[in-house]
Design a protein around this ligand. Structure first.
Ligand SMILES: Nc1nc2c(ncn2[C@@H]2O[C@H](COP(=O)(O)OP(=O)(O)O[C@H]3O[C@H](CO)[C@@H](O)[C@H](O)[C@@H]3O)[C@@H](O)[C@H]2O)c(=O)[nH]1
Ligand SMILES: [Mg+2]
Length: 213
């Protein structure tokens, strides 16, 4: 018996919707703002042309809350990185104490992610950094949130500290600063103590690219 698994999906390139630009494959019907307070929640109805050429109507709620930037603070001599611990209300609603271990991060202001991580590093941890190194950019939750996260790394020096950090009290921040060895951080990812995606990515980047664990 001859089985040709690809035949039903194979179309000549000129008719293949996958070869067309997405703007030709998406027709937006309506956009409705459901909530517009701290951030914006929108309901969008659109037609999507599937890979086999058929059109399908879909509806999605999408949340626009700006973009974020995070920084991996590392010290190669001491083999340490800097983590912060802070209360996250959405996490608390799922059980547990709601306190998460994270890398310093903040929402991008004035469309300048490098400046944002310099400012967040000082506000949240007290460490003053020079030019942070851009690593990569990623969607955290692409199915429903438009936010992109910009990842940076910066060497820190324990001497270059302006204060204890802790964040801005007027913004409700109450941040604890931890300096941990890379081995400890890797162990916390494996044991499930570190549960924040951007932080897991950063610890693994540090492990693979910086410390060679
Ligand atoms: N009133 C109000 N204030 C808010 C709200 N959400 C955030 N804020 C204020 O905005 C500040 C955001 O602090 P940042 O340090 O700029 O951001 P972040 O909370 O650390 O978020 C970072 O990490 C997130 C993922 O873990 C990212 O989603 C985010 O973009 C950023 O990178 C908070 O301290 C708080 O004052 C809200 O719904 N209402
Ligand atoms: Mg923050």
């Amino acid at each position: 018996m001859k089985i040709d698994k690809l035949s039903s999906k194979t179309t000549p390139a000129e008719f293949d919707p996958r070869a067309r630009s997405t703007s030709e494959r998406i027709r937006v019907h309506s956009r409705e703002v459901l909530s517009d307070q701290w951030a914006t929640l929108e309901k969008v109805t659109f037609d999507y042309q599937r890979g086999d050429g058929r059109w399908q109507q879909q509806q999605r709620e999408i949340y626009h809350r700006g973009h974020g930037a995070a920084v991996l603070l590392y010290n190669l001599e001491k083999r340490t990185i800097v983590l912060i611990r802070q209360f996250r209300f959405p996490a608390w609603t799922l059980g547990g104490d709601g306190f998460l271990l994270e890398v310093p991060a903040g929402m991008i202001e004035a469309e300048n992610p490098a400046e944002t991580v310099r400012a967040e590093s000082e506000q949240e941890t007290g460490f003053i950094i020079e030019e942070p190194r851009f690593l990569f950019r990623a969607y955290a939750t692409p199915g429903s949130v438009t936010e992109q996260l910009y990842f940076y790394a910066a060497a820190y020096d324990s001497e270059q500290r302006s204060g204890a950090g802790g964040g801005l009290e007027e913004e409700g921040e109450d941040i604890e600063v931890l300096e941990v060895t890379i081995e400890q951080a890797v162990e916390w990812v494996a044991s499930g103590l570190i549960m924040d995606t951007k932080t897991i990515i950063m610890v693994q980047h540090a492990q693979l690219q910086l410390f060679g664990v």
